[in-house]
Design a protein around this ligand. Structure first.
Ligand SMILES: Cc1cc2nc3c(=O)[nH]c(=O)nc-3n(C[C@H](O)[C@H](O)[C@H](O)COP(=O)(O)O)c2cc1C
Length: 196
């Protein structure tokens, strides 16, 4: 669990709601001594049952290596307060840090983490939602399109902005999620509208 704020478990069957509004996310992965983090804007819910997501992870990324080796990864949903960090980890590679102690971007940028419940990848403190994902192996689309399908095996969210299956950012501007356009320009999650 995130140690600073109240978070509640989200039934994986409703985890798609954590991505349905299209946030840029942070992907974390680990294998053996290697841990890494990168930004990923190209992600989406894929299926309700079993709950699945799809995400594009370029073959040149270092994050992909421990992700493929472990068969799992975490999707962390960052917020406005973390925008600078999102751009930073999305603009340099953990590979550049190899051979330099302590060998990973999480340590280099001093990004606090806490353990996931079902996978080994670390979860990022200060995010507003976390999805623990196990890769559904599809070598052809992984190699051809850099597209990974994964089952969500656990999820949780910050109760201040997500409860009873709904996002509600009013009164929590620093916790609004980030939606990347290009070149470091984001929109923040905006007003909620109920229709129908
Ligand atoms: C806002 C933002 C969104 C990004 N979205 C993606 C994405 O969806 N897929 C991807 O492969 N790379 C994406 N990137 C680029 C990776 O984050 C970048 O290549 C990163 O340096 C990879 O780090 P690594 O080599 O340490 O894994 C994005 C970068 C930024 C800044």
């Amino acid at each position: 669990m995130n140690k600073e704020n109240s978070v509640s478990r989200v039934n994986p069957s409703q985890a798609y709601r954590l991505l349905n509004h299209g946030p840029t996310v942070l992907v974390t992965s680990t294998h053996g001594q290697y841990r890494n983090i990168m930004a990923a804007a190209w992600n989406m819910p894929l299926d309700f049952d079993p709950p699945k997501v799809a995400i594009v992870i370029d073959k040149n990324t270092y994050t992909r290596e421990p992700m493929e080796a472990s068969g799992s990864f975490a999707i962390n949903v960052p917020c406005r307060a973390q925008a600078e960090m999102v751009v930073r980890v999305g603009n340099c590679s953990g590979r550049e840090l190899l051979g330099k102690s302590p060998d990973n971007k999480l340590a280099a940028f001093d990004i606090p983490t806490f353990p996931a419940s079902e996978i080994s990848a670390p979860l990022i403190e200060g995010c507003v939602a976390w999805l623990e994902c196990k890769i559904v192996p599809e070598p052809h689309i992984q190699n051809t399109y850099d597209l990974f399908l994964a089952e969500v095996v656990a999820a949780q969210a910050d109760e201040r902005v997500f409860s009873e299956g709904r996002w509600h950012f009013e009164g929590h501007d620093e916790l609004r999620t980030l939606h990347h356009i290009a070149g470091g320009q984001f929109f923040l999650a905006g007003k909620s509208l109920q229709a129908g």
